[in-house]
Design a protein around this ligand. Sequence first.
Ligand SMILES: *Cc1c(COP(=O)(O)O)cnc(C)c1O
Length: 431
Amino acid sequence: MKETEVLARISQAEETVWLNNGKTAYEEAKGFLALNLDDMAAASARLQRFAPLIERLFPETADRHGVIESPLKEIVRTQDALRASGELPPGRLFLKCDSHLAIAGSVKARGGIYEVLKHTEDLALAAGIISENDDYSRLADYRDFFSQYKIQVGSTGNLGMSIGIMSAALGYQAIVHMSADAKEWKKQLLREKGVIVKEYRDDYSRAVKEGRRISDADEKSYFVDDEHSKDLFLGYSVAGERLKEQLDQQGITVDEKHPLFVYLPCGVGGAPGGITFGLKQIWGDHVHCFFVEPVQAPCMCISMASQKGDQVCVQDYGLTGKTDADGLAVGRASAFVYEMMKHVVSGIFTVRDDRLYRNMKLLKEADDFIIEPSSCAAFEGYTSMMKYKDTAAYCRSVMESAEDAVHILWATGGSLMPQQTVEEYLAKAEF
Ligand SMILES: *Cc1c(COP(=O)(O)O)cnc(C)c1O
């Protein structure tokens, strides 16, 4: 399909896929990227330094000694159930359960918490409170010191939860600027934790813009900038080495004969982009990363297909930007992530909301696992891979030299959803 055809389908809010003709061998793509393996290793080391503090502040992380990581589960029954509705690509199917990451219950527990910790380290080092070789758990005794500072962020919900919960736990004044798409229960949960929630009637870009403006006017305030932050991106990227460890434990190798396909829900792009960057650092051309976006908010897809980065938004294509996949309700992609991914991502699928509920229900019934609608976008890449001519050809060409493959649906959020919210979504799957 040509780019113009993809964009025409997008503007009709029809499901489609864009396959990246600009993808190059990773060795070559690497040369264009603003970050490298050393940056990722530094992020990983920083998270290690903070593990004792995390363990002290959040005892639920004790089983992993303060390392926030999620399980990787094979979902055979779900795979069987999906097979009934059409051809699937060959290989085993797994769910990466970032929906159940400790503290924030979403993938934002990677990037968001990392950025708060990075800022905390910068402040604490500058004030002489710690040195890099100290036991960072001592930082829990400095609530008074951190309470002079503010941390602010614009969010559709989950980023606010990760930044808000972590910032409040350290003693900061946390302020979250929530877009109109944010769910009521997410705002309420934050307020219960002592976070100030400001509500906007506009979309995500507006909440970010206002939050940034207010924060920039205050010298003791730090703004977590989802549209530009390298720190967020690096926090997400650490997922690469963590996944490698988990695949190793399960005796799974990734190489030319055993390719890995990963399907990631995409909003502004930071989470799927950062994770893809981390995976590519490890497996290069043997890992194939596809993003998935709602048909009403395919901001990264239009950025890529039009090659206009953040110069275009979904409203330019006559779309509303509205979706029940609140984590993906973003109208304009991150220019930084666009640049990082344009030679790297394999393709981008779009998906209708009704399919999200149905797959949410299917996963619950088959493998008794609950994730939020945004997370369910991941299914679309896997279930439609063989449906579209372009991606079917891509998959066949990868499999020509392969013996077996592994597919991972990246579940990005859901464990904190109230029961009533879960039931409302599941009820929508009936229709
Ligand atoms: C934020 C989020 C995403 C996408 O992350 P971006 O960095 O916005 O692309 C996906 N799923 C859920 C549940 C999220 O909260």
